[in-house]
Design a protein. Structure first.
Length: 363
């Protein structure tokens, strides 16, 4: 059976590999139920979904109705007001075929303005707390792509869990967020263990979940020469960190079995694996907070510095060049207007970093 870890101060024991519901919306009800039930049979007990994930809530509800009390059910509300999130919550209960949730999460809180609205008077957090007081949900979490925002959120002591991206080429959460979460005993769930943000879109390394999409030789060098090896190594990297559960999208029994095998046989990274995954970030490392944007010239500063990190830190040079040269606006459009640098919380010399990226990445 899968190994389990404590989900922070919730005290819940969750399988180290969780089931993300995004992709089962593409399956028939019958096929989706079989995939979910196979996951449960193999020891996966953490199931994460959202209203926005098509009909995945209905499918999870149908698959797990007979074992509801043996599972941890987590869903989300992307609404920011109390009334709208209440409607989300009630409809989620119905679709999941349950009278209570283990975890409700404020979804996609990617900037401080949105966080303040959700936590303010009449915000969605009020609904979550009321539902908790009425016994309709046990714990409250928050999801975000921005570690800086999550740090501010958990320091309010209103949230029990976080859901944040982490993978071999997306490590911002490791710097400050995960250590702070450990100090506060916050449960840490990881999303996107198999995908990397490129520009404005998330480019999956696997299509749609654990099936290899990217055929970049450099990625194979980092993760393995075949799909199964890449999946195992990517998940093993995440499980080596201070996290409770890694949530990955699954849409076939084969995918479920591949992911479950990692959690079942997980051991700490070998010295060879530690060396392979080890990277050194310089003092002028962009954390991808995005606060330098928008640029008056429509330069995607965050994306370009992300590509430079892929190039210089991870050695994924061909891939980084391909991504950079696919942008519509490059560094040559920079007028050095000095709008970006004052907004950088890390006081990075953004303009000079962009020029350095241009020199490395241009064809």
């Amino acid at each position: 059976m899968l190994q389990k870890r404590k989900l922070g101060r919730t005290g819940l024991q969750v399988s180290v590999v969780g089931f993300g519901g995004t992709w089962i919306s593409q399956l028939s009800m019958d096929k989706a139920v079989k995939v979910v039930q196979r996951a449960f049979e193999l020891g996966i007990n953490y199931f994460d979904t959202a209203k926005l994930d098509g009909d995945s809530e209905e499918k999870l509800g149908a698959a797990l109705k007979d074992v509801r009390d043996e599972c941890v059910l987590a869903t989300k509300t992307a609404s920011r007001t109390r009334s709208e999130s209440l409607a989300d919550f009630k409809s989620s209960l119905g679709r999941l075929k349950t009278d209570r949730l283990d975890l409700i999460q404020l979804h996609g809180i990617d900037d401080e303005k949105t966080l303040r609205k959700a936590m303010g008077s009449g915000g969605s957090l009020e609904m979550c707390k009321k539902a908790r007081s009425e016994g309709l949900v046990d714990f409250i979490g928050i999801t975000s792509h921005k570690p800086r925002v999550l740090i501010k959120a958990i320091e309010t002591n209103e949230f029990d869990t976080i859901l944040v991206p982490l993978n071999v080429v997306t490590r911002q959460a490791l710097e400050d967020l995960l250590p702070r979460a450990k100090e506060l005993d916050i449960g840490v769930a990881i999303m996107k263990p198999l995908s990397a943000k490129t520009s404005q879109l998330i480019t999956c390394l696997y299509n749609p979940s654990l099936s290899l999409l990217s055929d970049e030789p450099e990625l194979r060098s980092l993760l393995g020469q075949d799909s199964a090896s890449m999946v195992r190594n990517a998940l093993r990297f995440v499980l080596a960190q201070d996290v409770s559960v890694v949530v990955t999208g699954l849409k076939s029994i084969k995918e479920v079995e591949t992911a479950a095998q990692v959690g079942n046989r997980y051991r700490e990274l070998t010295s060879d694996e530690e060396e392979r995954f080890s990277v050194q970030f310089g003092d002028e490392y962009c954390r991808d907070c995005g606060l330098c944007l928008p640029c008056p010239q429509n330069i995607d500063i965050a994306a370009i510095l992300r590509f430079q990190t892929l190039y210089a830190t991870y050695g994924l040079k061909s891939w980084a060049k391909k991504l950079y040269n696919g942008l519509e606006v490059d560094v040559t459009n920079c007028t050095e207007c000095d709008k970006c640098e004052p907004k950088c919380p890390y006081n990075l010399p953004v303009v000079s970093l962009l020029k350095e990226a241009q020199a490395c990445l241009q064809s």
